[in-house]
Design a protein around this ligand. Structure first.
Ligand SMILES: O=C(O)c1ccccc1N[C@@H]1O[C@H](COP(=O)(O)O)[C@@H](O)[C@H]1O
Length: 200
């Protein structure tokens, strides 16, 4: 099970995610209570093993702008929320970065198709809200052979059940490992990664 911990903003939370074995760590570079600057991200990445995917999260920014900001932050992955085209995905990949394309469960069937992204992410209606949804409903979307991440309302207590119900290839969390909005709880980060790992 691939595990991403998102919305990190302190060296302690980055260390907790990496030391507990997260495959990917995410930094929100768009308007959010979790927003960090490219300079902050550069500092937070100091000493992070190369095998950990470091992801910049963007909402409605154009792909080219996301690439520029991610490059300034020293990131190798870009997570694009919002309406996206195959051209957007290619623009990021042509810049030498990998792409997570984020859609919501209510997206149309075309959006569930493969636009060439490296990973698809399926989230609640409002990203980063901690809102849970009917995870089993994604089984009808024909994702069995795809590399995709389940997100939205996951936490250390529900991640194993949710990933099983959805048949998820990987999981992503932000709110569920916080003590209050935007404030990461180190023990919850560790519990989440270990519960996700034990589930598959
Ligand atoms: O976390 C945010 O503030 C955010 C802002 C803009 C786009 C995406 C954002 N977060 C993404 O939301 C999910 C996690 O949701 P949850 O809080 O665990 O319910 C994850 O994909 C984050 O990258």
């Amino acid at each position: 099970m691939f595990v991403k911990v998102c919305g990190l903003s302190t060296p302690e939370s980055v260390r907790a995610a990496v030391e507990s074995g997260a495959d990917a760590i995410g930094f929100v570079l768009t308007r959010s209570p979790r927003e960090v600057s490219p300079d902050q991200v550069r500092d937070l990445l100091t000493g992070i093993p190369a095998g950990v995917a470091a992801v910049g999260v963007f909402r409605d920014e154009a792909a080219a702008a996301a690439v520029d900001i991610a490059r300034a932050a020293g990131l190798g992955w870009v997570q694009l929320h919002g309406d996206r085209t195959p051209g957007d995905i290619r623009a990021v990949q042509d810049a030498g970065m990998k792409v997570i394309r984020a859609i919501t469960m209510s997206a149309g069937s075309e959006e569930f198709g493969n636009l060439g992204e490296d990973l698809l992410l399926i989230d609640a209606a409002v990203p980063g809200s901690g809102e849970a949804w009917d995870y089993a409903s994604v089984q009808a979307k024909g994702l069995e052979s795809r590399h995709w991440l389940l997100a939205g309302g996951l936490d250390p207590d529900n991640v194993a059940r949710a990933a099983g119900e959805a048949g998820a290839w990987g999981v992503d969390v932000s709110s569920g490992v916080e003590s209050s909005r935007g404030v990461k709880d180190l023990a919850r980060i560790r519990s989440f990664v270990s519960a996700a790992r034990l589930s598959g």
